[in-house]
Write a protein that binds this ligand. Structure first.
Ligand SMILES: Nc1ncnc2c1ncn2[C@@H]1O[C@H](COP(=O)(O)OP(=O)(O)O)[C@@H](O)[C@H]1O
Ligand SMILES: O=C(O)[C@@H](O)C(=O)COP(=O)(O)O
Length: 425
């Protein structure tokens, strides 16, 4: 297998979002959980997305795991590696976007790394280095209240400069609009000033196509699904990859009971849970009981088991920003988040033992904890449920045939859970 594109994603939902984008753009793509073991049977593919759970861990660990993934991808022929980050640039001043980018840049000898979280299909655009989420700047969007990485500065040149050892430049929209040669000239100018990375503006997919053409000539880029789209289209248009039909693997039904788990506290997920209350039984977990370790996961399973035969159920820890802040004030941000993620993993494990083979998980960190616990080594990409969220078919799972959907907190329409269940048969 010689890869046309290697990708390292800093969380599992982000990885499935990118794998979905690459697949729809014609690249045969597989999503692996961590660096694949030698005995994992992978199909012949154009791109591999190695999923890490490295967004919110200590920066040194994120760097070492990303480096190992990069070495594996380069070893399979990947000339270009995309480090997939969140389209809302989820990170803190400690990292992990800057430290990982710096390390990968040093490893591959890149000059100026192109960086953009733009993903216009989901309303993420970048102008003059400022990230917009829909109509508002990042720092006015619901991301300002994210439980783990509240985003309070929309100027990404500033945000990345606080995390990186290199100077950060800007390639503005006027330059991108003039085309690939103008971008190349701007990068040469930045390189001449000793700048090692540049936020590049993008508002429309055509901007990302220009960016993809230039990025594909480099060894490394950093961004969300939008730059993935640009790279994939560049690989196809330059004849490096022959376009394949998308998502054939979504086909065969697995049947069996279905369940949904929500650990995301994003506005979109809260709305989706409210809609689900009208069509399926919903259990709201008590975070205090989880943190206290008083058997909340067992209580959830006792609630779910007798209901599974009648149709899907939803179990949620999700809460409003005020309620999340109160739990965090009492127990600490990381301790609360970790305890709730592990409770979700306990519940997922028990649900699968109870026969669940179709599982929808809302939240990136939550999905990471669940997929790790289920020991699923990889996924094939099926049909698209909503922008950035495909049906995933587990490869090599201990439980056998399984369909999953890993939903980024902010993605999907109000009826997401019903939409997903309709496509996961
Ligand atoms: N009620 C709650 N109180 C505090 N933290 C919570 C609560 N419910 C979930 N969390 C934590 O919030 C974080 C949500 O992150 P994540 O799953 O990545 O969602 P998103 O995709 O929206 O970022 C997780 O660490 C989760 O355990
Ligand atoms: O790029 C995106 O927005 C997503 O792919 C993603 O990474 C979202 O992360 P979570 O909201 O933590 O799932």
């Amino acid at each position: 297998m010689t890869l046309a594109l290697g990708c390292i994603a800093d969380d599992y939902t982000g990885a499935s979002d990118l794998a979905n984008t690459l697949t729809r753009a014609g690249l045969r793509t597989v999503q692996t959980i961590g660096v694949p073991a030698d005995d994992l049977a992978l199909p012949e593919v154009d791109a591999v997305v190695v999923s890490l759970k490295s967004r919110s861990i200590e920066a040194g660990l994120a760097v070492s795991r990303s480096r190992a993934a990069e070495a594996w991808l380069r070893g399979r022929g990947a000339g270009h590696v995309l480090f997939k980050i969140c389209s809302t640039f989820d990170s803190t001043d400690a990292g992990n976007i800057g430290p990982v980018m710096d390390a990968l840049r040093a490893d591959c000898g890149e000059g100026v790394v192109l960086v953009t979280p733009a993903f216009p299909e989901t309303g993420r655009t970048v102008y003059q280095g400022n990230l917009f989420v829909g109509a508002v700047p990042l720092n006015e969007s619901p991301l300002k209240d994210h439980p783990l990485n509240p985003m309070r500065d929309s100027n990404l040149v500033r945000v990345l400069a606080r995390q990186s050892k290199t100077q950060i430049g800007l390639v503005d929209l006027a330059t991108v609009t003039r085309g690939a040669d103008a971008v190349r000239a701007r990068l040469a100018e930045l390189a001449g000033k000793g700048i090692g990375a540049a936020i590049i503006d993008a508002v429309f997919d055509r901007d990302l196509e220009t960016i993809g053409l230039v990025a594909a000539e480099h060894r490394l880029s950093v961004g969300a699904s939008g730059i993935g789209l640009g790279l994939a289209r560049a690989l196809v248009s330059t004849g490096k990859v022959r376009s394949s039909a998308a998502g054939a693997e979504g086909g065969a039904a697995v049947g069996g009971p279905a369940a949904c788990l929500a650990g995301s506290c994003s506005q979109a997920t809260l709305q989706q849970i409210a809609s689900a209350e009208r069509v399926m039984p919903v259990l709201h977990l008590d975070p205090e009981q989880i943190v206290a370790g008083t058997g909340e996961a067992q209580r959830a399973l006792a609630w779910a088991r007798p209901r599974l035969a009648d149709g899907p159920v939803l179990i949620a820890s999700s809460a409003t920003p005020e309620a999340v802040a109160a739990v965090q004030a009492r127990h600490g941000r990381d301790a609360a988040g970790h305890a709730i993620e592990q409770a979700m993993a306990d519940i997922a494990e028990d649900l699968v033992q109870a026969g669940v083979r179709r599982l929808i998980v809302a939240g990136g960190e939550t999905s990471g904890a669940v997929v790790d616990r289920l020991r699923i080594p990889g996924f094939l990409v099926g049909v698209e449920i909503a922008a950035g969220v495909p049906v995933l078919r587990a490869v090599g799972a201990q439980a056998g045939e399984m369909l999953l959907a890993l939903k980024s907190g902010n993605f999907g329409g109000p009826e997401f859970f019903s939409d997903a269940l309709r496509l996961m048969r």
